[in-house]
Every structure is written in structure tokens, then in C-alpha cells.
Design a protein around this ligand. Structure first.
Ligand code: NAD
Length: 454
């Protein structure tokens, strides 16, 4: 039976919508509709599939402001971030609209004939999205999956389904055939798990926690189902003494407090070379205090609330057992607010230093030299992103090669560009999203040999 759940604005604690959660029978029907649609969708010519994706991008573009406002109300994202997120969906669709006509196989020299490879769609792809970036993460799976000729059933997080539901409507308005892209809001352990167990779903593309990711991977093994996992992170922001310290310190708060720290790429470990430590902290403290934690609908807001009261309790539990160096500010009153918080972790042993907190908390530690920086950065079981600040390009590259992580920036804290690959080393995940090769993760490579012998 379908149940309704209330969607709460985390900045006001008021209900903004009520959404019907799908049950397993409804999800099965959606998967079956998607499976039926694969036959006609894979036959749509590459140029027409490209045109439909371009059209989808255009209709998203016409709704960027509406989608952004919806995300502010549902997720507490700042309006400037939410506009970027909606625009990112548009840009990802536009980027992968160029792919269907370029997704070519090879002709391989062999004896006695001609050998050709083809990229075939997998069929139905199940995309499972977390609550921290509902729009971009939906788009990163959706764009390349559709471009490669697959149909998509997408499950948003129960807390944040509004923009995904709207994107499915926009897809239909743009002319996507029925069944090609459907959104099924519902509970992870039942609905999400159905993607794992239903035989018509050929791939699960999961972004979320390591606990759920491990279960999904185990479940997918039963059918040798394809799986991409984008999981947690505890990334290092490494600042050498020879860096532009002013720039590194000014931008470091945004490398971890953006989206209130609810970011898998958050640089929640700040590694500072000991010879520059005091100077860096003098610069870092006013930068943290300057972060504007305001109503996310306010154009000036740089950080909003946490997603739920439970998330704030979880984040607070880490801070309560740690020594706080300094804090920024946060509004009082309704909303799941928490001030940006800086911890010093000289012995690198506490839970706050080791675990992904998923809140506005950073641990600062000292390192001696390049080798020490790499060793400390690699202590984590995660390896998703990170930054290196140095004016010595050789050093920056040596360290970048040494850090076991999927997406690094030098003298910058940017993490994701739709045109470059994104994904984790170690326990941060398996597989890559985005970039020029994303369609390979949504295709089977088929080899066909044609004899030319008489
Ligand atoms: P979560 O694992 O609780 O939920 C993620 C999604 O999976 C939700 O839609 C949920 O309903 C569903 N789900 C939960 N259990 C499931 C199960 N057993 N089977 C199938 N689906 C299930 O994670 P969350 O709390 O929503 O998101 C936060 C986590 O996501 C953090 O660890 C964060 O680092 C990670 N994350 C990673 C990336 C990345 O790209 N690597 C990006 C964003 C978030």
C-alpha cells in the first residue's frame, strides 16, 4: 500500500509537501514498463536520441529557477548552490547529447575476416540517489545511461524526492517516450533493494553510504549484476608552507563547509605543513568566522542547515567528544543549524578525525614533509577527492600521484566537472562517473567476427 510522507524544509522545520512512497508492487510495474520501453528506445536512431537529450537539457534550462527553489525548500541548499545544481543537470544532459552519435566500436585486424565491436545498451538501469545532492547525482547517472540506450528507473532519497519527481515530468515534457525515465520515491531497504533483486534491472548505480553500498554489492553478486558505487569520503586538503597561504586559508572553509559539510568530497581533514601552521591558522580563523550561515533562500547565504535533526545530533556527537579550536556562527531558532566547527587533532586518533562526519566539521593536523603528507592523507580507508596547495608544481604533481584518491585539485578545491571522470579509490567506491568514458559503464562491449573466406 502506498504511504504518504511529509517533506520537511530543514531551514524552517515546516512541511512543504507530501509525497506518495512507492511500494514494491509499484516499483515492479515501473521496472516492467522500463523493460518494455528498452526495445523501442534502443532502436531510436543515434541522432534522434541526441536530439531528445538536447531537448531534455533545454526544458531543464527553462526550469532552472523552479528546480532550484524546490531544492532550497526540500534540502536547505543555498539558492546559489541550488541554481548550480539544476544547471549541472542541464549541462550533463547537453554534454551527453553529443555521445549517442560518437559511441562507436572498433574494427580490429584479424585473420580470415573482419572483426567489429559494438556497444550495446544494458537494458534497465536502476539509479539510487542520496539526499545530499539530489539533482546532480541523478543527472550523472541519467545522462550517460540514456545516451547509451538504456532506460532508467531512479529512486531518490526518501528525504529529498521533489526535484527528481519534477525532472521525470520535465523529461516527458521534453518528449522522452513513456517508460524511458521513471522516478520511484520510496524506502531504500525495500524499493532500492528491489533494483538489486529484480532480474530485469541490469545495473545498479548507487551513491550513498558505505553500509548500504556493501549490501548492494553483495546482493548484486547473486545475479552478477553490474554495479557502480559512489560512497563516502574523508578527503585531505594538504597545504604546504610554500603555498599562497592567504588563498589556501580563504578558500579552505568552502572546501569542507559547502552544503553544510554534507558532501562526499568535503575536505574534512586539513593537513598543514608544520612550519606554516601558526600563520595558516591565523588566516583560517577569520575565514571560518566569515562564512555566511544564513537562511538558504537568502541570496547572500553561503551555508544552510543540516538535513534533519537526527543528522545534527550525529554531527554534534563527534564535536562533543573533541576539542574545539574555534567556530563560526549559525542562526538560532527553527531549523537544523550548526556553526562551522574547527577541531585540532594532533594525535589523529579520534572518531572525528577518522570517520566521515557529513557535517560542518574539519580536523586540522600538522605534517613535516611531502612523504609525511602523503602517508597521513592515505591513512583513511576512503579515497574520493582532495586538494594540494603549493607553488612548486613538481611537488604538487608528486603528491598528487602519491595520494590514493580519485579526484584531486591543485591550488583549487573544485571536485567535479561533468567532462572529467569522477569516482573513488579504496572504500570510496567502484567505477567512475562523468567524463568522456561514462557511457562505457552503461554498455556491454560486443565482438562480432565476419568471415571473408570463400
Ligand atoms: P544512504 O546509503 O543511507 O542512502 C542512499 C540512498 O540509498 C537512498 O536513496 C536510500 O534510500 C537508499 N538505500 C539505503 N539503503 C539501501 C539498501 N539497503 N538498498 C538499496 N538502497 C538503499 O546514504 P545517505 O545518507 O542518503 O547519503 C550520504 C552518504 O552518501 C555519505 O556517506 C556520502 O559520502 C555518500 N555520498 C557519496 C557520493 C559520491 O559520489 N561518492 C556523493 C554523495 C554522497
Amino acid at each position: 500500500m502506498t504511504t504518504q510522507i511529509g517533506i520537511i524544509n530543514p531551514a524552517t522545520e515546516e512541511q512543504v509537501a507530501s509525497v506518495a512512497m512507492h511500494d514494491v508492487e509499484e516499483v515492479d510495474r515501473a521496472i516492467e514498463r522500463a523493460a518494455s520501453a528498452t526495445t523501442s528506445w534502443r532502436r531510436v536512431t543515434p541522432a534522434d536520441r541526441a536530439r531528445l537529450l538536447r531537448r531534455f537539457a533545454e526544458v531543464v534550462d527553462a526550469h532552472v529557477e523552479e528546480l532550484a527553489q524546490l531544492e532550497v525548500a526540500n534540502s536547505g541548499h543555498t539558492i546559489s548552490n541550488a541554481r548550480w545544481e539544476a544547471s549541472n543537470v542541464r549541462d550533463v544532459l547537453a554534454y551527453y547529447s553529443g555521445a549517442p552519435e560518437r559511441h562507436s566500436g572498433r574494427q580490429i585486424p584479424v585473420a580470415g575476416g573482419v572483426d567489429l565491436t559494438f556497444y550495446e545498451p544494458l537494458g534497465v538501469v536502476g539509479i539510487i540517489v542520496p539526499w545530499n545532492f539530489p539533482m546532480p547525482i541523478a543527472g550523472w547517472g541519467l545522462g550517460p545511461a540514456l545516451a547509451a540506450g538504456n532506460t532508467v528507473v531512479l529512486k531518490p532519497a526518501s528525504l529529498t524526492p521533489l526535484t527528481a519527481i519534477r525532472l521525470a515530468e520535465i523529461g516527458l515534457e521534453a518528449g522522452l517516450p513513456e517508460g524511458v525515465f521513471q522516478v520511484v520515491p520510496g524506502d531504500g531497504a525495500t524499493i532500492g533493494q528491489r533494483f538489486v533483486t529484480h532480474e530485469a534491472v541490469r545495473k545498479v548505480c548507487f551513491t550513498g553510504s558505505n553500509a548500504a553500498g556493501r549490501k548492494i554489492m553483495e546482493g548484486c553478486a547473486a545475479q552478477v549484476k553490474r554495479v557502480t558505487l559512489e560512497l563516502g569520503g574523508k578527503s585531505a586538503n594538504i597545504v604546504f608552507a610554500d603555498a599562497d597561504l592567504e588563498k589556501a586559508a580563504k578558500s579552505a572553509p568552502y572546501a569542507v563547509f559547502d552544503n553544510a559539510g554534507q558532501d562526499c568530497c568535503a575536505r574534512s581533514r586539513l593537513l598543514v605543513q608544520e612550519s606554516a601552521y601558526e600563520r595558516f591558522m591565523e588566516l583560517f580563523e577569520p575565514a571560518v568566522k566569515a562564512v555566511r550561515v544564513l537562511d538558504p533562500a537568502n541570496e547572500a547565504s553561503e551555508m544552510g542547515p543540516l538535513i534533519t535533526a537526527a543528522q545534527r545530533e550525529s554531527v554534534r556527537s563527534y564535536v562533543d567528544e573533541s576539542e574545539v579550536a574555534f567556530r563560526g556562527s549559525a542562526p538560532e531558532g527553527p531549523g537544523y543549524w550548526m556553526a562551522p566547527t574547527v577541531l585540532e587533532a594532533p594525535d589523529r586518533t579520534g572518531r572525528a578525525y577518522r570517520e566521515e562526519i557529513f557535517g560542518p566539521v574539519v580536523s586540522v593536523v600538522r605534517f613535516k614533509d611531502e612523504d609525511d603528507a602523503i602517508a597521513i592523507a592515505n591513512e583513511s580507508p576512503y579515497g574520493l577527492s582532495g586538494s594540494i596547495w603549493s607553488r612548486d608544481v613538481g611537488r604538487a604533481l608528486r603528491v598528487a600521484r602519491g595520494v590514493e584518491t580519485g579526484a584531486l585539485s591543485v591550488n583549487s578545491n573544485s571536485s567535479v566537472r561533468y567532462s572529467t571522470p569522477f569516482g573513488g579509490f579504496k572504500q570510496s567506491g567502484i567505477g567512475r562517473e562523468l567524463g568522456p568514458d561514462a557511457l562505457l559503464g552503461f554498455s556491454e562491449e560486443k565482438n562480432v567476427f565476419i568471415s571473408t573466406e570463400e
